[in-house]
Design a protein around this ligand. Sequence first.
Ligand SMILES: C[S@@+](CC[C@H](N)C(=O)[O-])C[C@H]1O[C@@H](n2cnc3c(N)ncnc32)[C@H](O)[C@@H]1O
Length: 523
Amino acid sequence: MWFAMSKKPVDQRGAESLQHSSVLAVRLTIMVKSAVQVRLATRDDMLRPHSDAQAHRSITATIPAAAGTNQLAAPTSSTTVVDPVTFIDLFAGLGGFHVALDKLGATCVFAAEWEPDLQALYEKNFGIRPEGDITKVNLSAIPPHTILCAGFPCQPFSKSGKQLGFEHTEQGELFFNVIDILRALRPQCFILENVPNLLKHDDGRTFARIERELRGLGYNIRHEKLSPHQFTIPQIRERVYIVGTLGDMSRFAWPKTSDEPTSIKTILGDDGGKALPPRVLEALHVWGEFLERSKQSEDRELPSFPIWGMEFGATYPYKGPTPWQLVRTGRIKELRSTKGTLGHPLRNLGTSDILSALPSHARREQTEFPKWKQTFIRQNREFYARNREWIDPWLPKIQDFPSSFQKLEWNAHGEERDIWQYVIQVRASGVRVKRQTTAPSLIAMTDTQVPIIGWEQRYMTPAECARLQSLESIAMPESPSKAFKALGNAVNSEVVRRIVASLLATIETKSTPSTRGRRDDGH
Ligand SMILES: C[S@@+](CC[C@H](N)C(=O)[O-])C[C@H]1O[C@@H](n2cnc3c(N)ncnc32)[C@H](O)[C@@H]1O
């Protein structure tokens, strides 16, 4: 039996004291008599014949960590021996899993990440250099471990991607690399993370396949959607977590969530942030004026659907064949009698110009618009018809802005209509305005999508975004663009820490060589 190195008595063992420990350096033997006794093994002990170690091994190991507890609990008198908890970090990125498991006293024995900059940063932060492309790693190079961690790339399943799932060339297959590792090394448990759309993808068939594969390897599994804001961290970032163990899952409980209100102000620093470029400032002032004018509306509330300014005044057909389909099938005349973006007449336009005079969401090469798009277009046109009086004088002000600035998502219903009091994010889907309670979900964003602190008229800093991901304890990429991108891909380490603390409670092994760290691939 091996403990991660700690010279403190077991019951004083804190998470920090176990950080950066070396499993191999010191062997801690726990012997059970009437009470738990602890002694540090000497070098001689370590060299003792195998049978001695086997005597210790036959004792059942239990880690009594309760759901939501902060650290691995120390062994109680009924607890006899705890194996060292080791983990591997696949698709390691910034190391969100690593930070979490480090805090729980576990030791990383292998990591994989193919971005060279992130590899170097991982080594700087954690002292272990990740291997590269996981599809090229030989299974025999992966050491036995207790927990496999993998936030496998989400593009194949994310709503913003093309959702090709397992058919997604290369990336979609990465889940099966995880399966190969689980099959070969049979770690006691695993934690996987992905976007929540994974559950719905291909009408649930993708997730059913994932469950089948994992259960087929003998794992008991659970899944749950969780977000940092449920643990008092001011970021809404729902992710699906899948955990599995070879042991009994009945002792596993998801960490307890909280309804406590959060405030983004708790993670803001005073290190300043990039000022808003004039164009962004101007666009936000224009929407600020829209909000001010909207107070004249007879509608008590602003729409809960996205406000698509470019639909104001448009009359092109959106039910039945799309404009693209009309052009394609020689029915362009039907378009010419209508109006495009912001009410511009399509009358005299030729085939090539007519589609460019439509909103970008109406130019897609599709024969019919999906129902949700038809609904948004109808709702916007109805809203405009009811409110033309105060919208018309304002409308020309947005005409020169790119499409993303012509749309507004107002997520502060019932609150004061002052854009500068809120957290703002300029997304491809529009200018999103949110209450001060939470930051929007960080995405692997371009610099222009970094959340804006409205009342300070600036972007958030990488350090602040790191706090949203509970990754403030590690170094970030030097380039802010790279930091924002990596943070948008990362897992929130505090959510992981709480889940894994609970997962470790399920570990109960007769820690014989046949169950722990056994390889099925002959190694
Ligand atoms: C969703 S992110 C996971 C981020 C990580 N959990 C964190 O906390 O930062 C996926 C990561 O996998 C890496 N990746 C993608 N394909 C890979 C492959 N074939 N081999 C190794 N790493 C890969 C990407 O570069 C990216 O950093």
